[in-house]
Design a binder for this molecule. Structure first.
Ligand code: HEC
Ligand code: HEC
Length: 405
């Protein structure tokens, strides 16, 4: 073997060891301390920074405990449906963080989208993946009349409230009148009040403190970022990617890990289906929804409705859906608005490639992260699991009511 061959081998080995060293350092060295900018971003995600839920002027009973009691009963009651078998909890199951484990929800028929969690959703100005309602109470009315969900009618529901003694008494105590069924406008009012009571219940469902939040509390108290038994090294690395190179906090920000805005993330529809048009259709629907903030049944006397009046309607909304919360993903698979992905690693793989959108424009850019970095991101997402911060009694049907005195 000649001298040049020997040198090039040496050079090759040197380059190889540099590469291995670099990889090992990237992969296994202790993560560096948090910069002040990172700390700021991390603290912004802390559950302690979740403000108190602001009042909803469109719903006069939104924070009335009696409304939550009535709403709790209605949420779990299958008698509201046309078959006597479907309740809100059929799809929003408390043990699955109020989702159902299916790609697309199924009740009387198969619906068009995946069941989102409703925990913490009271903070959103818009509801449904495409934001086609602007209050929790208006939202609650939609599944009741949807042929594939409760398949019911407002007449049937108003009549049930008037007929059932417990409901009638609770309703009367809350709204000052008996449930009315005499005319269409009275039926509509009773129906809207059903939605307002269910909304009062849903406002109680808030996420609790996760391991991630305990870690932030530890950092805020001046604790060591590394030497603690709250988060592991991989989870810390995942958090660094989440707020940094992976750009997740561009959209999943704030204590609920969502900006409650609409974005196109380049998802393909399930095979054989048309692409999701998302908010561009949702915005038209919410503007003409008779139960919206500007409607007669809104309790807001001023009808200020700033969100609704000033909402964007431009072409950037084509294919855009609302950013979901990332808290408590543990029991909520499959993921995405059409249940496209079975696992979190498929979701992350999608963000890593960021394919071109088939309609509109994908706002997320390819990340080009290594597999182990995606794994770290996934580990971090696991630290957001936590029990729902509410007394157990709200997570199961209310015991059969005794007649009120
Ligand atoms: C058949 C299953 C099913 C039933 C029954 C059902 N839902 Fe849903 N729910 C869904 C699906 C699917 C979506 C998303 C639909 C969409 O965006 O187009 C949804 C969306 C929601 C949302 C919006 C969450 C958000 O963050 O945007 C809320 C709140 C909600 N449902 C509450 C209820 C209530 C209250 C009831 C009972 C009156 C109910 N649901 C009945 C499946 C169901
Ligand atoms: C441009 C805004 C944007 C960015 C950036 C973004 N997301 Fe999302 N994310 C969304 C939207 C919008 C959806 C819902 C899309 C759909 O299913 O229609 C979503 C859905 C998800 C879901 C599915 C949740 C569920 O319940 O179905 C996960 C998990 C997720 N994102 C994690 C991440 C992570 C991790 C990052 C960083 C790598 C990230 N996202 C970056 C906007 C964004």
């Amino acid at each position: 073997m000649g001298r040049p061959g020997y040198i090039s081998r040496l050079l090759f080995l040197a380059a190889l060891s540099v590469a291995i060293g670099w990889y090992a350092w990237q992969r296994y060295a202790d993560p560096a301390p948090w910069s002040s900018q990172e700390l700021e971003q991390i603290t912004a995600l802390w559950i302690q920074n979740l403000p108190k839920l602001s009042p909803n002027p469109a719903n006069a009973v939104a924070d009335d405990p009696r409304a939550a009691e009535l709403g709790h009963r209605l949420f779990f009651d299958p008698r509201l449906s046309s078959t006597g078998q479907v309740s809100c909890a059929t799809c929003h199951q408390p043990i699955r963080n109020f989702t159902d484990g299916l790609p697309k929800a199924v009740a009387i028929g198969v619906t068009e989208r995946n069941t989102p969690s409703i925990v913490g959703t009271a903070y959103s100005p818009w509801f449904f993946w495409d934001g086609r309602t602007d209050s929790l109470w208006a939202q609650a009315l939609a599944p009741l009349e949807h042929p594939n969900e409760h398949g019911s009618s407002r007449q049937h529901i108003a009549a049930l409230l008037a007929w059932d003694t417990d409901y009638r008494q609770r309703y009367e105590e809350l709204f000052g009148v008996a449930p009315q069924t005499d005319s269409q406008s009275m039926i509509d009012r009773t129906f809207a009040n059903v939605g307002k009571s269910i909304a009062a219940y849903e406002r109680l469902l808030l996420p609790g403190e996760s391991r991630f939040d305990r870690y932030v509390a530890h950092l805020v108290a001046g604790g060591d970022y590394l030497k603690q038994d709250i988060l592991g090294i991989d989870e810390i690395r995942g958090l660094r990617l989440f707020v940094g190179d992976a750009h997740c906090t561009d959209c999943h920000n704030g204590p609920l890990f969502t900006n409650f805005e609409f974005h196109n993330t380049g998802l393909l529809p399930p095979s054989g289906e048309l692409p999701e048009r998302g908010r561009i259709d949702g915005v038209r629907e919410v503007l003409r929804d008779p139960f919206n903030c500007l409607g007669d049944l809104s309790d807001d006397p001023q009808h200020t409705c700033m969100e609704l009046r000033h909402t964007r309607t431009g072409p950037e909304l084509i294919g855009a859906t609302r950013t979901p919360s990332l808290r408590n993903l543990e029991n909520t698979m499959p993921f995405q608005s059409k249940g496209q992905f079975e696992t979190l690693s498929e979701v992350l793989e999608h963000y890593n490639r960021a394919p071109l959108a088939i309609i509109g424009h994908n706002e997320a850019k390819p990340l080009r992260l290594a597999d182990w970095q995606l794994q770290e991101l996934e580990s971090f997402l696991g630290t957001l699991a936590a029990p729902i911060a509410v007394d157990e009694k709200w997570l199961e049907p209310a015991p059969a009511s005794k007649p009120l005195e």
